[in-house]
Write a protein that binds this ligand. Structure first.
Ligand code: 3PG
Length: 306
């Protein structure tokens, strides 16, 4: 059995050590492809592997065609919009994720960004506090729930929108359920986005929602850049000089947006919500265990291409 870890953005070394222990401990061979920039390197590396572990690396039909022995691909992380699920199914490959394993890391980054934006990028001028401010969480999955837990410590007033989550789950967490996206944006000074990138959500957050935020509103996106309608974001920031936007990973027009709006916007240089050694260890080792369980027993309860 041959397992390839292919990560354009590598895991922390300590996580790779843990994954190696799981994989080699099960008698499988581990192959590492890190920091590659050329897709050809990935196509060559997958040629003879049984399993593939990735992060945000793209696994499309071309990669699956090249991976003639592949039986399983695990995205070490939550979002699996980087895997062509239909192609994986067509190639009889189990596509899996590791839900929840890096959610605290992403949630902590939300507050790293929030405090920085509220304190005017730490430039020495008077900013604002999070205590007693309203926070709207868009999607109450694993990351959203961790955001709520931390927000309680800040003393924020929290609400959330999630059509797939029962109100009772939110209420138990001290969160007020809201039932429309319009209400979420209109009523919350800070909105934190935690929706996946799907055909329904791509470009779904645009001018109307952003421009409806209360005075001094802050929108934080640690989910996917694709869910933002960039033209709408630019128009809203133009129309409302009091609004701010911080995102984990730059939008397509990052340079232009940064030049135009200065410190009212902030983008991490590289997607780094899950870039902690703890998250790398949790997600990486979970992925390695899922690979071994699948190859040895056929266990595939984390399969997403059902
Ligand atoms: C996820 O979907 O789990 C996060 O966005 C993490 O992505 P990354 O592994 O590329 O950091």
């Amino acid at each position: 059995m041959k397992v390839l870890i292919a990560t354009e953005k590598p895991f922390a070394a300590v996580a790779v050590d843990g994954m190696r222990e799981v994989i080699e401990g099960a008698g499988a061979e581990l192959v590492l492809l890190e920091k590659y920039s050329d897709k050809a390197d990935l196509l060559a590396a997958v040629a003879d592997v049984d399993a593939l572990i990735i992060r945000s690396d793209k696994v499309d039909a071309e990669v699956l065609d090249a991976a003639r022995n592949l039986k399983i691909v695990v995205r070490a992380g939550a979002g699996y919009d980087n895997i062509d699920l239909a192609a994986a199914t067509a190639h009889n490959v189990s596509a899996q994720n590791t839900p929840g394993q890096n959610s605290n890391a992403v949630a902590e980054l939300v507050f790293g960004l929030a405090v920085m934006m509220c304190r005017n990028m730490y430039n020495g001028t008077s900013g604002s506090e999070l205590k007693d401010k309203t926070l709207g969480i868009q999607a109450f999955g694993q990351v959203g729930r961790n955001v709520a837990r931390i927000a309680r410590g800040f003393g924020m007033s929290i609400s959330a929108l999630d059509p797939f989550c029962p109100d009772a789950v939110m209420e138990e967490a001290g969160v007020t359920p809201v039932h429309s996206v319009e209400q979420l944006y209109k009523e919350n000074k800070v909105v934190s986005i935690h929706i996946p990138a799907t055909p329904e959500t791509r470009g779904s957050i645009g001018y109307d929602l952003i421009a409806s935020m209360p005075k001094g509103g802050l929108l934080i996106n640690t989910a996917r850049k694709e869910v933002i309608d960039e033209e709408g974001l630019i128009r809203a920031l133009d129309a409302r000089p009091d609004l701010k936007y911080a995102a984990d990973v730059a939008p397509e027009r990052a340079m232009e947006i940064k030049e135009r709006f200065g410190d009212r916007v902030f983008f991490t240089p590289k997607k780094m919500g899950a870039q902690t050694s703890e998250a790398n260890i949790n997600a990486g080792i979970a992925a390695a265990r899922q690979v071994i369980a699948f190859l040895t027993t056929g266990e595939d309860r984390f399969r997403v291409n059902k």
